[in-house]
Ligand binder design. Structure first.
Ligand SMILES: Cc1cc2nc3c(=O)[nH]c(=O)nc-3n(C[C@H](O)[C@H](O)[C@H](O)COP(=O)(O)OP(=O)(O)OC[C@H]3O[C@@H](n4cnc5c(N)ncnc54)[C@H](O)[C@@H]3O)c2cc1C
Length: 205
């Protein structure tokens, strides 16, 4: 039976199912980007297209996009940035072999201000080597901070690699390489001070 592009499966939600190489079930017909229901981000669609072109026309037979550890940001105020597994996903995949580090603080830029938004950061590490499998950030500039750290996650960085990286001070990003105490041992080092009648506090782990 000869299949044509019009024969491509279309799920009720509009998604076209493809395999890891972006093949539809119709030979020589491919789909990528949002329509595949994988990762609906512009750079993911572009990268998938380039990988497919490499495979089809550039002799790279195994060329395909790796869809794990794709960093993403919600450009809210403050932004939310994440790469890798959530803590829950990490626990599901690795069981109790997960170590979590958290930090919550008010960035130094607000030191003299009467109010300022809090930043929170979380690292999920897996196994005895504490491979970094998830980074989750919310706060000022976390959209910019994440890109470089996403590279380290793709490279398989461990907590020791982060610990061995000298901090840039003063910055918010330095919190990611200075976290010391894992949850649940993590104790809140309260440094509360009254701001606008409420408590601002800093937790360092
Ligand atoms: C409001 C909004 C904000 C976003 N912000 C971001 C962001 O900040 N960062 C980010 O990375 N991603 C963002 N995205 C997601 C991003 O836009 C998509 O992931 C990306 O455009 C996917 O590219 P694509 O080529 O798969 O699909 P599209 O860019 O949607 O391209 C599909 C094209 O196919 C055309 N088309 C559809 N049906 C047919 C047909 N039957 N025949 C011919 N042509 C057809 C459409 O008109 C469209 O031009 C945002 C999306 C939205 C909606």
């Amino acid at each position: 039976m000869n299949l044509h592009a019009a024969d491509v499966n279309l799920l009720p939600n509009g998604v076209i199912p493809v395999d890891e190489y972006e093949n539809t079930h119709v030979p020589d017909v491919y789909a990528l980007g949002d329509v595949t229901g994988k990762i609906p981000l512009t750079p993911a669609a572009i990268a998938a297209g380039r990988k497919l072109a490499d495979r089809l026309f550039n002799g790279k037979r195994d060329s395909k996009l790796e869809y794990d550890n794709v960093p993403s940001v919600v450009f809210s105020h403050p932004p939310v940035a994440a790469v890798g597994l959530t803590e829950a996903q990490a626990r599901e995949r690795y069981g109790d072999n997960i170590t979590v580090y958290k930090s919550q603080f008010t960035p130094m830029r607000y030191a003299l201000a009467l109010h300022g938004s809090t930043t929170a950061m979380k690292l999920a590490c897996a196994g005895p080597k504490k491979k970094i499998v998830g980074i989750h950030l919310i706060g000022d500039n976390t959209d910019e901070i994440l890109q470089g750290f996403a590279v380290t996650v793709k490279m398989g960085a461990t907590k020791a690699d982060f610990d061995n990286t000298i901090a840039i001070h003063p910055s918010s990003a330095e919190e990611l390489v200075t976290m010391k105490t894992p949850e649940p041992e993590c104790k809140t080092q309260s440094e509360p001070h009254e701001i606008d009648g409420g408590n601002e506090w800093r937790q360092v782990c």
